[in-house]
Write a protein that binds this ligand. Structure first.
Ligand SMILES: [Zn+2]
Length: 157
């Protein structure tokens, strides 16, 4: 496990990566004509093709190719948004007392998670924090949480 913190000047782009929808990578073809279906399909799109599918029990697609014969799926890989599964903290600099037009993303996850998912954040313009700045922001994020819990205690205690 590791804790990494990223700084994003474009909070919107970073949020888009963090909150991206799950999708399927599909490759399908018609056994009769040359019609093909290939690319990334959203979960709602794939349900157009296989509405009766139950988890672990694929049924033949009902969406037909141009000639009317249903597509045969060669590949159908579910790609979940792992940021949502993993969890992360997203805080703007101002809320941490840092005078900067930026947001910070704090993620505690396995090396494998970072290896797989970090590129989406970097592509969205986020940069990994290192050294002194990392330590400082980490402390602020972690202590802002403790503060929040203390605050709750004050209300409910
Ligand atoms: Zn066809």
């Amino acid at each position: 496990m590791a804790i990494k913190i990223y700084v994003a000047e474009n909070a919107g782009a970073a949020k888009k990566a963090l909150e991206a929808d799950d999708y399927y990578v599909v490759k399908a073809g018609c056994p009769k004509c040359s019609d093909k279906l290939e690319g990334n399909l959203s979960v709602s799109e794939i349900s157009l093709y296989e509405p009766g599918e139950k988890r672990g029990k694929p049924v033949p697609p009902i969406k037909s190719s141009k000639c009317g014969v249903p597509f045969m799926f060669e590949k159908k890989v579910f790609v979940p948004n792992e940021f949502k599964l993993q969890g992360y903290k997203f805080q703007d600099a101002a809320s941490l007392g840092i005078a900067k037009q930026a947001s910070y993303i704090y993620i505690s996850a396995s090396d494998e998670f970072f290896k797989k998912n970090e590129p989406a954040l970097l592509n969205a313009g986020a940069k990994e924090l290192k050294g002194k700045e990392y330590e400082d922001v980490k402390k602020r994020i972690e202590s802002s949480e403790e503060g929040a819990i203390e605050g709750m205690g004050a209300i409910f205690g």
